[in-house]
Design a protein around this ligand. Structure first.
Ligand code: KG4
Ligand code: ZN
Length: 366
């Protein structure tokens, strides 16, 4: 089956063309995956401006389609159009939906609406036939931070989520208040990488100092910035990152601009570590409580190399029987490949949607 998928839920315009084979455990061949970033448009504002995002999607979509068709060199007609319908910025979602509906109508191709969060989770199923259910899913993006129990395709139970800011949103806001630009995740991670690290690993092997990253007696343990790890010990699976961002704000106010500038790598490293500590602690606890054999990660924040490495180490140390799956970096941040995979599995379950019934829903849950 040939699937053309469209993703415009936020600020990336993406169209992918996939070849799907098999039923319950399909395999997918990526024929094209074009992502057009709007970074330059939103950077001056330090965040996404919804109406500018929608306008840029409308402008970009025909070119992104042309590029993906040129790359895929299709020999037969597309069998299914998959488009993200929720959750996300409504003006952005409508841009993709309107385009997808026109294509479906004019070419008489079946269409299906896809949940963006399910897309992030199913990016792990690109070529993975051995994932066992129930699986624990950690979705960490600019709009969401959720722990989800996946019982089967289409069957999800939300275990916990952020009560305020998403983890990616906190990265973006911290970057903005440190004057590092947008999007925050990659720049904060790059600054954090400049801070001298000596093999910190999230494990019980050595004593961890209050800052959570410097083992006692090492070079950095004398001078450290300590940020909170919000809700790290609460018994639920919820998160909260807005207080962490506010702690950075107060720190910057206390230190003054001049000192802050010199300490940016250290602040970024400690902020990043605080987010990582909370995500790892809650994910491991949920994995133990629900006895899962697979942990499936997704979302833009999972592009963070420290998070990827430390989560891997923590699982090897504490849950050696559990298989950790994280998509390659380009399939963690928004892309239409994941939309195509989720669209295919939904099509197998429920068939196509009616063109007239497809609409955007900014807040729809899984
Ligand atoms: O999944 P995504 O591309 O879009 C949403 O669905 O929101 O995630 C975007 C978020 C942004 O907040 C961005 O700052 C963050 O992912 N991000 C990162 C990294 N790369 C992107 N956060 C931390 N470290 C990164 N390397
Ligand atoms: Zn996303």
């Amino acid at each position: 089956m040939l699937i053309l998928s469209i993703e415009t839920s936020c600020d990336d315009t993406s169209i992918a063309i996939l070849e799907a084979r098999g039923k319950k455990r399909a395999s997918f061949n990526i024929l094209a995956n074009i992502v057009s970033s709007q970074m330059e448009i939103h950077a001056p504002f330090g965040g996404i401006v919804p109406h500018l995002a929608a306008r840029a999607h409308q402008r970009n979509l025909p070119y992104v389609l042309e590029k993906s068709l040129n790359e895929a060199k299709l020999k037969s007609k597309v069998d299914l159009i998959a488009v993200t319908v929720c959750p996300g910025l409504e003006p952005s979602l409508w841009a993709g939906i309107g385009f997808a509906k026109s294509l479906a109508f004019v070419s008489q191709i079946p269409i299906i609406g896809v949940n963006h969060i399910e897309g992030h989770i199913l990016a792990n199923f690109l070529n993975n036939k051995n994932i066992k259910f129930p699986a624990l899913c950690l979705v960490v993006s600019g709009g969401h931070t959720q722990l989800i129990l996946m019982k089967d395709f289409g069957k999800y139970e939300l275990l916990g989520e952020t009560r305020d800011d998403a983890a990616g949103e906190a990265f973006d806001k911290v970057a903005k208040l440190l004057g590092l630009g947008y999007p925050g995740g990659p720049v904060v991670a790059a600054e954090a990488a400049k801070f001298p690290i000596f093999n910190f690993q999230f494990s019980n092997k050595f004593k961890i100092s209050p800052c959570g990253r410097c083992p006692e007696g090492t070079q950095n343990s004398k001078f450290k910035i300590i940020l909170p790890r919000p809700m790290i010990n609460t018994k639920d699976y919820d998160f909260s990152f807005s207080g962490l961002k506010t702690a950075v704000l107060y720190l910057v106010k206390d230190l003054g601009v001049k000192i802050t500038k010199n300490l940016i790598p250290m602040i970024c490293a400690e902020f990043q570590q605080a987010v990582i500590d909370v995500l790892i602690k809650k994910t491991l606890r949920a994995a133990k409580e629900y006895g899962v054999k697979n942990i499936l990660c997704g979302g833009g924040v999972m592009a963070n190399k420290e998070l990827r490495a430390q989560l891997k180490t923590a699982i090897q140390d504490e849950l050696p029987d559990v298989v950790l799956r994280i998509p390659p970096i380009e399939l963690c941040t928004d892309n239409a490949v994941m939309t195509g995979i989720a669209g295919y599995y939904k099509f197998l379950r429920d068939g196509a949607d009616k063109i007239s019934e497809i609409k955007a829903d900014g807040n729809l849950k899984l």
